[in-house]
Design a binder for this molecule. Sequence first.
Ligand SMILES: Cc1cc2nc3c(=O)[nH]c(=O)nc-3n(C[C@H](O)[C@H](O)[C@H](O)COP(=O)(O)OP(=O)(O)OC[C@H]3O[C@@H](n4cnc5c(N)ncnc54)[C@H](O)[C@@H]3O)c2cc1C
Length: 475
Amino acid sequence: MRPSAERDLWDICGPRGVIANPTSLLPYESDGLAMLHVKPELVVLPRNTRQASDVMRLLHREGVPVVGRGAGTGLSGGATPVEGGVVVSTARMRDVLEVNAEDRYARVQAGVVNVDLSGACARHGLFYAPDPSSQMACTIGGNVAENSGGPHCFKYGATTQHVLGLVIVGHDGEVIDLSEPKVDPLGYDLVGLFVGSEGTFGLATEVTVRLTPRPEVVEVLLGVFASLDGACDSVTDVIAERLDPSALEILDRLTIEAVEDSVFAAGYPKDAGAVLLMETEGSEVEVAANVRAIRAILEKHGALSVRTARDEAERKKLWAGRKGAFGAMGRVAPDLYVADAVVPRTKLRELVRRTVEIASERDLRLATVFHAGDGNLHPNICYDRRDADEVKRVLEAGHEILKTCIEAGGSLTGEHGVGLEKLEEMELLFAPEDLATMCVVRDVWDPDRRMNPGKLIPLRACREVRTLPPPAEPA
Ligand SMILES: Cc1cc2nc3c(=O)[nH]c(=O)nc-3n(C[C@H](O)[C@H](O)[C@H](O)COP(=O)(O)OP(=O)(O)OC[C@H]3O[C@@H](n4cnc5c(N)ncnc54)[C@H](O)[C@@H]3O)c2cc1C
């Protein structure tokens, strides 16, 4: 990029809007997949859609690759910079623009932190349902780009079910306003198409989301098991019996130990082989019936104990343990590789067992904590990225886990996206023609292929594909 262009970026975003100092660029070298890192040329932090549009127009003119970034909590390398590229961060776009309690929607800037959105509408008895465990840090824009899930998405659905509108800045700076109307838009579902596009279509600058009423009564249950088997079978049965909990999460022994030794200590028994954390909500009568039915299923599968939280403080504590689990694993090893696959819920027990074998065959330590209700496995491998041999074994194990889940009828990402991490595995799941079709769609949004290049779709799949010429005008 020409030095004059850098000066122009300063003019657009002001002195706090550009980071060029090598030391200050360090935190932007990777996302949560820290084994992959690249130094960006610059980080630019626009304050609003207009500045973002001016920035993108300038980067288009300069032919510079662009990587959008929210909070950098992604776990698949999606926000990892590309060589010679500029990172455009939404960290200064944190305004809640509108909360409409009557029509139950909110309009926010893309850099609003997930938990702050629920905070902003709490006084209306409403909340934003998708709740990634990283919700204290991750942004709504990042959630949109990854179609993020979370414990309560079992009941409420993932991000895509909650996004009503978007304002997007395209690769050349064009502002694409898809924020109206807020109900059942006609024509192609461009908002739905954008959700999950991992920063390859453009930069979302504003998001309109659906708000959900807080339930009347909530109960949190903790089932304690001697092993993962009983916890997995309980989940399979709870779903088969058509009970309707709002969340079903499993934590294994190593995770429990890490949580209980950390600031997130929740009161999970340290000698348990696994715990199953559940939430059920509704009217008092519905919740009481659900708790009885769930308890019976857990006991049938050998639960050592089943208890409900005494009060709101204990409910919060039990959830804080689950949501802090990845952080607590820093006690086990300096680095964590979070695998992310989805499997049929009838196969939970066998596939969880297989992931444990895959890790131990390679002499790796595995801590499992996952959104069991969604069949969304997270076998977490604890490792040290300074040990090259261990990194090699981690990557082998990660590949084997994904391959096993795909062969069992699952998919290669439940919520963390493909990013850089799972490019190779895309070819296990999709035929070359399918990948080529994805490239055609991508080219419509970004014909120069400068938006997050090299992510989501393997490069070689796109090499031969170019957007078709426009059809001839009718005579
Ligand atoms: C401790 C921990 C727990 C987690 N738990 C969960 C969980 O329960 N569920 C879950 O789904 N994920 C989880 N994640 C993963 C991660 O938090 C989510 O993927 C989250 O949505 C990323 O948001 P972010 O703001 O950090 O985005 P980033 O990591 O900054 O970016 C992620 C991707 O989105 C793109 N992007 C970011 N902002 C925009 C934008 N405005 N417009 C276009 N593209 C953009 C980036 O280019 C990148 O490809 C967890 C991560 C951690 C570290």
